[in-house]
Design a protein around this ligand. Structure first.
Ligand SMILES: Nc1ncnc2c1ncn2[C@@H]1O[C@H](COP(=O)(O)OP(=O)(O)OP(=O)(O)O)[C@@H](O)[C@H]1O
Ligand code: SF4
Ligand SMILES: [Mg+2]
Length: 319
């Protein structure tokens, strides 16, 4: 696809979780298990799925902080010569990602400093420009990060990401630690910046209403796989995969985070992967045909799912 900026094909990633006395790995945590994903230029791609399904592992992989065990990560359409290779990340807790000893103007321009060693004067000017863009008062730039409120710190983290002129910003729960009113301000800021700078966002969130509000497309993750992907409207309003349906049903109020979903959405172990469809043990639609692995397959041009019964489930309204 011409506007495809980033592509992951059949990516697997496992963390060693247990070793024997010889140091040999005897058990793995299977965090990503054949993950397929495309990211289009200029879009916001929302990623949802319950705690432990591999969202942050995916984010770290995209950022080059982890490498795939097997599978392909195609970043060839991103500018390799920019700090971060055209990608920057904003984390849930800004304070943990900001050096507490540095004044924020240094923090904001650190990616540029590492890449180009530009002069202090140039960096200060850049920090002031970015501070203005994200709504931080330039006269506060000499203060350390703990002198700012949570929302202000997240603005600082966003400015820092922007300093590297990324094409893609990976936003891992960017507003989850903030009060509701502050959340809305940060989300609005992100929308404005995206419009001004033609940014592409990968937005990871537990919160369905945040994803619905922000995303052009959504990918639903379950046990290290994308089980459903497509335009936000189709995926969230007419889900084709039983897991997505379960997620939507477990969100009685729009502002309920998925992470606090009811007990029946508990993730099976990712140490011993199920055979066949990963969702089989919890799926009300399961039958013998589900004992084979399910590929991500196209339902329409803008909707794909990992369930062979999807058409039937949609036709019956999922009941
Ligand atoms: N460095 C690591 N070593 C071992 N296991 C890990 C490591 N990082 C993540 N995991 C495991 O991989 C799985 C996926 O974790 P990940 O952090 O990607 O989930 P997540 O979807 O981001 O969850 P949350 O919504 O709680 O942030 C989990 O079982 C986690 O315990
Ligand atoms: S393949 Fe079978 S078990 Fe898996 S989601 Fe579809 S109906 Fe359920
Ligand atoms: Mg996470």
């Amino acid at each position: 696809m011409s506007d495809c900026l980033l592509e992951l094909t059949n990516v697997h990633l496992a963390f060693p979780s247990r070793r024997n006395w010889l140091g040999k790995v005897t058990e793995y945590v299977h965090a990503l298990n054949g993950l397929d994903l495309t990211v289009r230029r200029g879009e916001t791609l929302g990623i949802v799925g319950e705690s432990g399904c591999g969202k942050s592992t995916l984010a770290k992989l995209l950022m080059g902080m982890l490498t795939p065990g097997t599978g392909q990560l195609d970043r060839s359409r991103l500018p390799a010569d920019r700090p971060g290779g055209g990608m920057q990340m904003v984390f849930q807790d800004p304070l943990s990602s900001l050096d507490p000893r540095l004044p924020v103007w240094r923090i904001i321009t650190e990616p540029v400093w590492i890449a180009s060693r530009s002069s202090e004067k140039v960096r200060r000017a850049l920090a002031e420009k970015l501070a203005q863009q994200v709504g931080v008062r330039p006269e506060y730039l000499d203060r350390p990060p703990h002198a700012f409120s949570g929302g202000q710190r997240q603005r600082i983290a966003i400015a820092r990401a922007l300093s590297a002129q990324p094409d893609i910003m990976v936003l891992d729960e960017p507003t989850s630690a903030l009060d509701i009113s502050v959340q809305a301000q940060i989300l609005n800021l992100l929308v404005t910046l995206q419009r001004q700078q033609n940014l592409t966002y990968i937005l990871i969130s537990h919160n369905v209403s945040v994803v619905r509000h922000m995303s052009d497309r959504v990918a639903v993750m379950y046990l290290g796989q994308v089980v459903e992907m497509g335009e936000t409207q189709s995926v969230l309003e007419a889900p084709a995969h039983p897991y997505t349906r379960l997620l939507m049903e477990s969100v009685p109020r729009l502002d309920t985070p998925l992470g606090e979903a009811p007990q029946n959405t508990e993730l099976p172990g990712n140490r011993h992967l199920p055979a066949g469809c990963y969702f089989r043990e919890r799926c009300p639609w399961a039958e013998s045909g589900c004992a084979v692995p399910q590929p991500l397959r196209r339902l329409t041009d803008n909707h794909a799912t990992r369930c062979w019964k999807a058409e039937k489930i949609i036709a019956m309204g999922g009941k």
